[in-house]
Design a protein around this ligand. Structure first.
Ligand code: NAD
Length: 266
């Protein structure tokens, strides 16, 4: 086949529905000839993921259950993928979780249980996936995760998730060093706010969307297609010299230091 991703195969983790960022990236890779395996969390989401995976030609054997809180289920995914394909070229990790009740109020009130679970699911899972995927990438590869500006600056209600994303971004740098000698690249996209299932857990999300629209240099919000294009770049050979990077796909919001002069009041 033709295309930037012709002959390349990878695993997409984190599709919940057709509004998921992971789905935007999957579509961009598929359009360039890449082959995709998918994981889903639980039977309720399986019903949504199967038809989407079928749209991009994924065989049933490569649509796999995975709860990253259970490391054995991550092992099973990569064992199944190895049995089918032998090797892979990329993994997309678009997974995060915190108790919704702790994505409002004060960060200082975060419970130790939710701190542990949020960091484990949203950060450690990517490190474990890198460890398990490495042997499947003998000719190099690309690992990609998703972050948010709340890792860098205090954003309203982001709380423990901001701390988890900061740890995730640091993991990207350490993993890039560990795996670079084996030509495996590790990067993150820091996406602007997008109305997805996960985002609906964040308090005042509508206000955050408006604020970004009014105050980002491009004066608009980003779409999952926008993130998909950047994701395609980061898993393809176009970015072969790039690793350890946190690439912002946020209409430029992260460069501004003040409310825009033309921003309406919200
Ligand atoms: P989404 O709800 O579509 O995707 C989140 C996914 O995480 C879901 O598929 C869910 O099943 C999965 N997940 C949660 N816990 C899991 C577990 N224990 N095991 C396996 N999977 C689990 O929402 P999204 O916005 O597309 O989120 C994808 C990534 O993008 C997340 O890391 C999120 O933090 C990040 N992100 C989102 C935004 C935004 O505004 N939507 C902005 C920046 C970064």
């Amino acid at each position: 086949g033709a295309g930037l991703m012709a002959g390349k195969r990878g695993v997409v983790m984190g599709v919940a529905n057709d509004r998921s960022i992971a789905w935007g990236i999957a579509q961009a890779i598929h359009a360039q000839g890449g082959q995709l395996a998918f994981t889903y969390l639980g039977e309720a989401l399986e019903k949504r993921v199967r038809p989407l995976a079928a749209e991009v030609g994924t065989p049933d054997a490569l649509i796999l259950p995975c709860d990253v809180a259970d490391l054995a289920s991550i092992d099973s995914v990569f064992e199944a993928v190895k049995a089918q394909w032998g090797t892979i070229d990329f993994v997309i990790h678009a997974i995060a979780y915190s108790d919704k009740d702790e994505l409002k109020g004060r960060y200082v009130d975060t419970s130790p249980e939710n701190f542990k679970q949020s960091l484990y699911i949203s950060c450690y899972s990517f490190t474990y996936i890198a460890k398990v995927a490495e042997p499947l990438m003998p000719d190099g590869g690309s690992l990609l995760t998703l972050s948010y500006y709340g890792a860098e600056k205090v954003m309203p209600h982001y709380n423990v998730m901001g701390v988890a994303k900061a740890a995730l971004e640091a993991s990207v740098r350490y993993l890039a060093e560990d795996l670079g000698k084996n030509r495996i690249r590790v990067n993150a996209i820091s996406a602007g706010p997008i109305k997805t299932l996960a985002a609906s857990a964040i308090g005042d999300f509508r206000l955050i969307l408006k604020w970004n629209e009014y105050n980002s240099p491009l004066r608009r919000n980003v779409s999952t297609e926008d993130v998909g294009g950047a994701g395609l770049y980061l898993v393809s050979d176009l970015s072969r010299g790039v690793t350890g990077e946190v690439h912002h796909v946020d209409s430029g919001y992260h460069v501004v230091g003040m409310k825009a002069a033309d921003a309406p009041d919200i």
